[in-house]
Each structure stands twice: as C-alpha cells, then as structure tokens.
Design a binder for this molecule. Structure first.
Ligand SMILES: Cc1cc2nc3c(=O)[nH]c(=O)nc-3n(C[C@H](O)[C@H](O)[C@H](O)COP(=O)(O)OP(=O)(O)OC[C@H]3O[C@@H](n4cnc5c(N)ncnc54)[C@H](O)[C@@H]3O)c2cc1C
Length: 282
C-alpha cells in the first residue's frame, strides 16, 4: 500500500494475532474505510496485516447454540450464510441492505464494527439486537464482550488488538432491521433501528431488544422502548407511537447527511417499518 512501510499476509488467526498484537501491524480487511483515510485527514498506518488470507477469519459456522462469524467475513458472504437461519432475519437484512453490491462484496463484519468514529454501521445495531458478542485478542489476552460494550469503549482502546470472531446465540426470536438512507442506495443511513423479540404463547411480546444506530455517535440499545413493548401485540402503528413518546432518550448527532433532530424524528417511522417486517414473519 502506498506510504505504508510493510504489508503482511497472515494465513491463520494465530498469524494474524501475532502480526497485529506483536508485530505492530494495523488490521486491513476490505479496506473500504481505510482507503478513504486521506479524505478524513488521517494518516495511513506504518504497516498492515491483510486479514482476507486467513481462512478461519472468513468462515461462518452455524451450530445449534449459535452462529460464529469470522471477523473478515464480508457482508455479501454473511447474507448468503444466513438465508433460512431462524432468528437472524434482522441481521441478514442488515448485511444485504447496507451500502451497495460492490461494497458488500469486500466490506467485512469486523471492519464495519471496528472502524473508529463510524456511526452509521448497519451491522452494529443488528448485532446488538441479536445479543451478539465479539472476541478480541490483545497483549492482555483474549476477551469476549457484548457488541454494545465493545462499541462504547472502542474509541479509548489502545492500539494493538484484533477482533477475531463474533458470536450470536440461536433463538426463536423474530428480528427485523429498518434503515433510512436519503437516497435509494449507496449513502449512509441517517438512522437505523434493529430489534428482536421473543413472543409469549398468546403472541404478545415477552421481551424485546431494540438497538438504534447512526442517530448518536455510537449505536446502543433503547431500554425505554424495550420496556414499553413488553406485553404488547405486534402493532406497527402503536410501536411508532411508543417510539415517538420516547424520542427524548436520544441526542441526535449533526452530520453532513442530516441534522441531529431529523435523525431522531424518523425513528417512529423506522419502528413502524420494523414491526411490519416482524408481522410479515408470523
Ligand atoms: C460507498 C459506500 C457506502 C457505504 N454504505 C454503508 C452503509 O449503508 N452501511 C454500513 O454499515 N456501512 C456502509 N459503508 C461503510 C462500509 O461498510 C465500511 O467501510 C466497512 O464496513 C468497513 O469494512 P472493511 O472490511 O472495508 O474495513 P477496513 O477498511 O479494512 O477497516 C476499517 C477499520 O477497522 C479496522 N479493522 C478491520 N478489521 C478489523 C479487525 N478484525 N479487528 C480490528 N480492527 C479491524 C481497520 O484497521 C480499520 O481501522 C459504506 C462504504 C462505502 C464506500
């Protein structure tokens, strides 16, 4: 890579960890974020470890307990792997609707979660709604933490770490992903709402996980709406009203695509769309 002093090509997770944690290389996955570093006024790193050659980082494994996603799995590969997998409709929607087909072919799950300062990740809220965890290797060892906790601390993590896998538990939960790009495709969504619900025998909502992305600098859960949904039916218009009543829970970020107030105001519409998607699944 121009101006980078070294580029290495690890062939396994172990080699990738060694290159990043001990060798001082910066992870390079699909490079769709890295290649625009100069546009953001950021310097390129001294060296890069290209993750795509490590087969075990590029695999999706689906077991009875859950799914294991290699950090270098692309959006396109993830959406194919999740076809027909119960409980992951929302995550599959996020992987297949983000960006555009060319970007989805190369941009990875790890890159989407790890890009510092990137607020509009589609996979982040979808993985939070799915109850997913990430595995991180660093000089301190291997740790596993929730996607939400990882994102909240991402900006302050000292360099020299590698995300290797993402785990999401299998469940009978219904899930959906709703996003609002200002154009049909290719630009970042101004707001994203992902959710998953567990239903009682009578069809009412037993528990909900709702995550909002792109509204604030970091994606996070929406506890107020989660509580309001408990015991309710799958009513899209009511969901929009419950969301509208709780917009004060967010402080929208101003950005080139939209002002902060607009990002929060579209959340009721996204809640309605997500509920329509849930209803279509029953
Ligand atoms: C035209 C366009 C439209 C887009 N639209 C959307 C959209 O609608 N929704 C959306 O979510 N995204 C969108 N994106 C952003 C895109 O999804 C991100 O650029 C992408 O996810 C980054 O992934 P990557 O594999 O290319 O990461 P890279 O560019 O390779 O890396 C990004 C950052 O993450 C670090 N990194 C990568 N992998 C790891 C790892 N395993 N461990 C630790 N650090 C790591 C790198 O060092 C770097 O700092 C769009 C991008 C483009 C170019």
């Amino acid at each position: 890579m121009r101006n980078a002093r070294f580029v290495c090509m690890p062939r396994s997770v172990e080699e990738a960890v060694a290159a990043v944690v001990e060798g001082g290389a910066n992870p390079l996955a699909g490079a769709t974020w890295i290649l625009r570093a100069p546009l953001r006024g950021e310097a390129l790193a001294e060296g890069y470890a290209v993750l795509g050659g490590a087969e075990d980082l590029c695999a999706v494994e689906i077991g009875e307990a859950g799914i294991r996603i290699g950090a270098a799995v692309t959006h396109a590969a993830l959406s194919v792997a999740l076809v027909g997998v119960e409980g992951f409709v929302g995550l599959a929607q996020a992987a297949s609707e983000a960006a555009n087909p060319a970007v989805r072919e190369v941009a990875t799950v790890g890159g989407n979660l790890c890009a510092a300062g990137f607020a509009a990740s589609d996979l982040a809220p979808a993985l939070i709604a799915a109850g997913a965890e990430v595995e991180i290797h660093s000089a301190a060892g291997v740790e596993r933490q929730s996607v939400e906790a990882f994102l909240a601390a991402r900006a302050t993590r000292p360099p020299g770490w590698l995300m290797t896998r993402i785990f999401a538990p299998c469940s009978a939960r219904l899930s959906a992903h709703a996003r609002l790009p200002l154009r049909q495709a290719g630009d970042y969504p101004v707001a994203i709402l992902s959710l998953s619900i567990e239903r009682r025998a009578d069809g009412a909502i037993a528990s909900a996980r709702v995550a909002v992305g792109s509204v604030e600098p970091v994606a996070r859960r929406w506890p107020g709406l989660e509580q309001a949904l408990e015991g309710q039916t799958l009513d899209p218009d009511a969901a929009a009203e419950w969301a509208r009543a709780r917009l004060g829970d967010f402080e929208g970020r101003d950005g080139v695509e939209a002002p902060g107030w607009y990002r929060t105001q579209v959340l009721p519409g996204l809640a309605r769309a997500a509920f329509r998607s849930l209803r279509a699944q029953v």
